[in-house]
Design a protein around this ligand. Structure first.
Ligand SMILES: C[S@@+](CC[C@H](N)C(=O)[O-])C[C@H]1O[C@@H](n2cnc3c(N)ncnc32)[C@H](O)[C@@H]1O
Length: 411
């Protein structure tokens, strides 16, 4: 078993839910808002990180045998290069990066190594500078991790590739008006609902621009379907998915020609997108392809009419809730008629008005009266979820947030 630290994204509760679902709750040793400590037999690498939406870095940890400076120096001595960039990061503690790096520089000079310190004195470097300074190449971000009563030293194994997310961002308009799910959030939801079991079929019945489908394909799922009421959205998402698949095919072919093996085999992928009213989900063509028990419905449903600061009022929100109530009553009734016994993970809107959060409370009742239950995404003892066992995703400046709900058939 090896120890790793995962540094967490801004929405740390969702990050924890994702890590627990992928690595098993029994393997989480500790966590706070910034970091989670995981003990696992799995060998983790850049690929592990690529599939996680809520983790910024993975750090390979060691229990300290001597001081932090000695730990760093003994590692640098083993690096087969004379010019080395290093970064120093600390979690749950402060370090004098400037002083420490200049001490290390002096000692290492005697060993013929030229050390360049990357970063500022008072804070950890971000994912962008990690990439810019090519730190991954020599694995030279050193981390001091203090959590609970424990201290660890570690080397960063992988750091989130900011450019890769920008490439997958199919539109630059990412606000809640269009309602495109951030790709990182889609990855988190996929991991929570699937535990990375890529044999499951993925279906998004409100697929919009197709973000969930693209992320599911990228994660290696082989059967990925979507539908939307709006024919324009169907055409748009078909186009985006088809472009993505085409690029991925070319990329995988290149890897094979160089003798490598791609992370997954895109040639076995089956995908399609139809026009379909989600209120009649029991009539969707998906059920000709997939058994409900093997299907994961993952979706950001319809958010209701667009609200702006000018049109935002409590009455307006109630009107939207009434509209959504009708839509989702039909949707869950359709799933009930289907005897749907797979998993459902969905994001529903909540609204922020005068420091108050207004939830779409009707949805809890709709879920239950159709024979479904809201499943906790994090063990209750950690006390991370709302009273309704949901998790929230919100940005400070947005009027509308997302309430994430994991749903399964009531036993
Ligand atoms: C918030 S968007 C989904 C965005 C999507 N998650 C993405 O990242 O692009 C909601 C979508 O629901 C669709 N929609 C609204 N009512 C619907 C219905 N009754 N059945 C199916 N789709 C519907 C809209 O056309 C819109 O594309």
């Amino acid at each position: 078993m090896s120890l790793y630290a995962f540094t967490l994204g801004r929405q740390y509760k969702l990050s924890i839910a994702e890590i627990g679902s992928v690595f098993g709750w029994e393997n989480i040793r500790d966590f706070d808002r910034d970091i989670a400590i995981v003990e696992t037999e799995k060998i983790l690498d850049t690929n592990t990180l690529h599939l996680l939406g809520g983790t910024i870095r993975i750090i390979s940890l060691q229990i300290p045998k001597a001081g932090f400076k000695e730990y760093i120096e003994s590692h640098i001595k083993k690096i087969q290069s004379d010019k080395i960039n290093i970064a120093l990061s600390a979690y749950g503690d402060e370090i004098d990066r400037k002083n420490l790096s200049s001490n290390i520089k002096n000692t290492m000079k005697k060993h013929g190594k030229n050390i360049r310190y990357v970063g500022e004195n008072h804070k950890n470097i971000n994912a962008g500078s990690y990439k810019k300074n090519r730190l991954g190449k020599y694995q030279t971000e050193y981390n001091l991790v203090n959590i609970g009563e424990k201290t660890y030293f570690g080397i960063t194994l992988a750091c989130q590739d900011v450019d890769a997310y920008a490439r997958r961002d199919i539109t630059k308009i990412r606000d809640m008006e269009i309602g495109m799910m951030p790709p990182k959030l889609v990855q988190i939801l996929l991991n929570i609902a699937s535990h990375q079991d890529t044999t499951k079929t993925i279906y998004d019945p409100f697929c919009g621009l197709g973000t969930t489908l693209i992320e599911a394909i990228d994660a290696g799922f082989h059967a990925v379907y979507g539908s939307d009421l709006n024919p324009e959205m169907v055409a748009n998402s078909k186009n985006s998915v088809s472009n993505f698949v085409h690029e991925e095919e070319k990329w995988q072919q290149k890897i094979r020609e160089k003798g490598g093996t791609p992370r997954h085999d895109i040639r076995t992928l089956q995908w399609d997108i139809w026009q379909q009213n989600a209120e009649k989900i029991d009539e969707s063509p998906i059920w000709k392809h997939s058994d409900p028990s093997q299907t994961i419905i993952i979706s950001e449903g319809f958010l209701g009419e667009i609200v702006t600061r000018n049109t935002f009022s409590k009455e307006k929100i109630q009107t939207i809730r009434n509209h959504l109530k009708v839509l989702y009553s039909h949707f869950f009734h359709g799933l009930k008629c289907l005897h749907f016994d797979g998993s459902i993970i969905m994001s529903f809107p909540f609204w922020k008005k005068d420091r108050e959060c207004i939830y779409f409370r009707e949805i809890y009742q709709i879920i239950r009266e159709n024979g479904f239950a809201i499943k906790p995404m994090v063990p209750e003892k950690y006390d991370l979820m709302t009273k309704e066992n949901t998790l929230l995703y919100a940005r400070k400046t947005h009027l509308v947030g997302r309430e994430i709900i994991l749903i399964q058939k009531q036993k």
